[in-house]
Design a binder for this molecule. Structure first.
Ligand code: UD1
Length: 343
């Protein structure tokens, strides 16, 4: 019988790509989502790619009773991958309590239920935001955590601490904290991808929507940073590569290979790219000219950050494979697919 994995936030951007990779690796996925920031049609895309429709329940993870019912209905869940969280930095400043409630209560509920149902492993979606602006680049996992600059970032730090405390106190399960750099792109089939609600806050959806003519002009937030071309630098990682790291993390925990009860891995490519380089590469690979203008800096932006992924490469046995060209092209193909399927 296939090993059963619970994926929370399973119809979201990273959750849907991870579900595909889990199913292709032979796992059975129970996907749950409250559909607050995703669409049920994502299940059709997952089924079209893998030939398997994941088991699905519309559940809000802050609802303990509803969550408990999932464990009752689907016995034998071996590991949980927790994507269910609010993730917009700006919104978190406006609605901090919403962010603390969603992100922390979800985690507490899941951790409470794990020992009761014999769940052996927990994977947490963390972020490079925990490092703030690091003093040294690239950033490895021993780089000190800086005070959070937004409630969103703070929830990631607090959740990491909660997991550490819980695992060390109870220890019937293992955990892996995955610190994502900037996940972008879409599945090569163009059947699933990122579905931003309203005006995109992140760079790549704004780029693809501008290229598609949905937005008139892309704003580049600052060209006076202390970087070679003056724009901010990030480590953009293909979402399919990122998804595969979750499969590796689950396999590692369930096969008893974890060296510590809680392991931390940076998930990035190891390469930093500036905003202007992203625009240039996007134009080259797609042949589409982007209308953009330089505007002032965005408040709260980090100047530059990119990963040292050595630990993930060596210990987890995972490495980002896609080139930035392939990644940007996949984002564009997904945008085109969305344009074609719009009613
Ligand atoms: C932010 C968060 C990260 C979070 C992610 C997901 C921080 C430091 N980072 O990443 O933790 O996981 O959002 O939502 O809190 N840009 C433009 N024009 C645009 C949009 C973006 O120039 O219209 C620039 C930004 O200034 C930045 C780069 O593009 O330099 C990437 O921005 P974005 O995609 O929003 O991601 P981060 O801010 O890096």
């Amino acid at each position: 019988m296939a090993t059963r994995i619970l994926v929370t936030g399973g119809t979201g951007y990273i959750g849907s790509h991870t579900t595909v990779e889990l199913q292709q690796a032979g796992y059975e996925v129970v996907s749950i989502d409250n559909l607050s920031n995703s669409n049920i049609k994502v299940l059709d895309g997952i089924e079209a790619i893998t030939g398997v429709r994941p088991l699905f329940e519309q559940v809000d993870c802050t609802d303990m009773q509803a969550l408990k019912a999932v464990f009752e209905k689907y016995p034998g869940i071996k590991a949980i991958i927790n994507f269910a969280a609010s993730k917009a930095v700006g919104e978190s400043v406006q609605k901090p309590l919403l962010y603390y409630r969603n992100n922390l209560v979800t985690l507490l509920n899941l951790l409470d239920l794990m020992p009761r149902y014999g769940v052996e492993g927990f994977v947490f979606s963390s972020s490079c935001t925990v490092y703030g602006q690091p003093d040294h680049l690239p950033v490895n996992e021993d780089t000190p955590i800086k005070p959070a600059t937004s409630p969103y970032g703070n929830t990631k730090q607090i959740c990491e601490e909660i997991i550490n405390d819980a695992v060390h106190a109870e220890a019937p399960y293992k955990a892996v904290l995955l610190r994502y750099f900037n996940p972008i792109g879409a599945h090569p089939s163009a059947l699933i991808g990122e579905l931003p609600l309203g005006v995109p806050q992140n760079l790549i959806p704004f780029v693809t929507q501008t290229a598609a003519g949905i937005r008139p002009c892309l704003s580049v937030f600052g060209d006076d940073y202390n970087t070679p071309d003056g724009s901010c630098i990030r480590d953009y990682i293909h979402v399919v590569d990122l998804a595969k790291a979750h499969v590796a993390a689950v396999g590692r925990m369930l096969s008893g290979k974890s060296e510590k009860p809680v392991e931390v891995f940076n998930l990035g490519t190891g390469r930093g790219l500036s905003v202007l380089e992203v625009i240039d590469t996007f134009q080259k690979v797609t042949g589409v000219k982007l209308n953009y203008k330089i505007v002032g800096r965005r408040e709260g932006d980090i100047e530059q950050v990119w990963a040292d992924p050595t630990r993930a490469n060596q210990v987890l046995g995972w490495k980002a494979q896609s080139t930035v060209e392939e990644t940007l092209l996949s984002a564009w193909r997904w945008q085109q697919h969305l344009g074609e399927t719009k009613e």
